[in-house]
Design a protein around this ligand. Sequence first.
Ligand SMILES: C[S@@+](CC[C@H](N)C(=O)[O-])C[C@H]1O[C@@H](n2cnc3c(N)ncnc32)[C@H](O)[C@@H]1O
Length: 207
Amino acid sequence: MTSTDPRRAFFERLAEEWDAQQPPDREERLRHLLAPHRESLQGARSVLEVGTGTGALIPLLREAAPAARVVSVDLAHGMLRRARVRCPDTWLVQADVHALPFPAGAFDRAVCHNAFPHFRDPGAALAELARTLRPGGILLILHDLSREEVNAIHRGAGGAIGNDLLPTGAELFRLLLESGFFRLRVEDGPEGYWAAGARAEGSCSSP
Ligand SMILES: C[S@@+](CC[C@H](N)C(=O)[O-])C[C@H]1O[C@@H](n2cnc3c(N)ncnc32)[C@H](O)[C@@H]1O
């Protein structure tokens, strides 16, 4: 896959050391993060995860959505190589969220964990996620840190991700509405940052 997005090279370089940089209680934190959304994931038949990295969330998505086919996407091949070791029998796809290689309405749920601020065109990425969800399908954007903490980490890292900042909750709400999502819930507080929205009927944004 070719991509001119400089974030790809950034995350390719980071792939080997990514897991070692994560907190030792990561699995517990991820479980806690998914807990309020378990009901929404429970009955899903298909789940798209975008920005999976080394696939840490995949086993928990499978647990939360036991009947679902889970498809995980990332821009960086090195990240997916690590995810393959973690989850040998998962469908992993190297792709850019702005041009997903899936038909319209292919998924019941889409999950984006710790990846949203890295999408170079957040509105276009949300529109593409809306396209791949069936009407009524639900998008979850999840972070286990506050917006301020996430943005400070990215500013500190600099380089290709130095300006990858989470929008305020109000801005995300507006972006989600404009991209064809409704029944919105957006949390932008000291405990974390997350959003959920359902894809509206007829919001498919294909040209
Ligand atoms: C901060 S890492 C998080 C990885 C994983 N979700 C986690 O929490 O461990 C962000 C991931 O998003 C991926 N990513 C960035 N831009 C992307 C894009 N346009 N399309 C798909 N994935 C992207 C990166 O390659 C990287 O693996």
